[in-house]
Write a new protein. Structure first.
Length: 173
């Protein structure tokens, strides 16, 4: 009877720990509201846009940046340009969801000749240091469309190539 309770408590603790640690990034799609999940852009000048990909509940920062860059490439192609320049990048990770406390249960036993013992351990972990996954709420890039040949600069991106590469990487995940 006691073993059944211990085993059930172990599985419940493991399930609680797994459920409490996940953060889901929304799929690549347009946001339906101004503060909703997904991408949105705002025209600043005739050839300048601010592009944001938002995950209000938090998401993987690298994925949010990829989605913002993918939308920048799509927007560039939709405006019949081949490349764009990134003037500014921002990552909204202030107040983002970080991995919270975890809960665990351990079960052990030992035998000492004619005597044996069993033990149950319960633990609660509060992360103090770094976080293994960088979580953010939004990634924003401010871009301007380029004319003529793409400059050889780290801030200039070929929209066709970037779109193809990011989509291939996302499909393989």
């Amino acid at each position: 009877m006691i073993r059944t309770i211990i085993i059930a408590a172990s599985f419940a603790g493991a399930a609680f720990g797994v459920v409490g640690c996940t953060t889901a990034t929304p799929p690549y799609a347009a946001a339906t509201t101004t503060a909703g999940a997904g991408y949105a852009e705002q025209q600043i000048e005739s050839n300048r846009y601010s592009v944001t990909f938002r995950a209000p509940q938090g998401g993987d920062a690298n994925l949010l940046q990829d989605y913002a860059m993918l939308r920048a490439a799509d927007l560039t192609l939709a405006h019949n340009h081949d490349w764009f320049w990134v003037d500014r990048r921002a990552l909204d990770d202030e107040g983002a969801l970080h991995q919270g406390p975890t809960f665990g249960i351990g079960v052990g036993g030992a035998s000492f000749g004619r005597h044996s013992a069993a033990g149950v351990g319960v633990g609660l972990n509060f992360p103090i240091g770094g976080h293994s996954e960088h979580v953010a709420r939004a990634a924003t890039v401010e871009i301007r469309f380029g004319e003529g040949p793409k400059p050889d600069d780290v801030n200039a991106y070929d929209a066709h190539s970037l779109s193809t590469n990011i989509r291939a990487r996302l499909a393989s995940q």
